[in-house]
Design a protein around this ligand. Sequence first.
Ligand code: S3P
Length: 167
Amino acid sequence: MGHIWLIGMMGSGKSTVGRVVADRLERPFYDTDVAVEDAAGATIVDVFELCGEDVFRETEKTVLEEIATRPVGVIATGGGIVLDGGNVDIMRSTGTIVLLTAGEETLVRRLEESVDRPLLAEAATLRLRTLARERDERYRAAADLVVDADGSVEVVSDLVEAVCSGL
Ligand code: S3P
């Protein structure tokens, strides 16, 4: 039995669904964004603003390595985790990678009110669509399993639980 790593775009529901699935499977839940904030002692917005994206990515990698060694759990990762091939190797070697996919309209709708995504600080909708298209190939190449995440938290959690049953 290994970790269940949830990957996918901002707004795909990784943290919300991850918490529900962890609860149902009685496993710990971890979140790389929260771990970055703990490690940095600052919010993600501040890390981006004060230190830049490169420092954020380095910290993200460090916390991923550390989380991988924790008792097996369900993990929500930041949307950019797949940008580093080494991160994908770590996730693959320590569990199963589940991609949550949602249509661009869904992502836009879910993130309309978001103020804590530095990459969407300007021209959010356009940026989101561009990132989703740029990253699609990486997400699909990294994923062991793909789950449609357009539905409600309940529905998506059911799907993740179903594809992960027996893992
Ligand atoms: C990012 C996604 C965010 C967070 C950071 C960068 C990205 O996490 O890690 O703002 O590059 O897509 P969520 O996917 O949890 O929003």
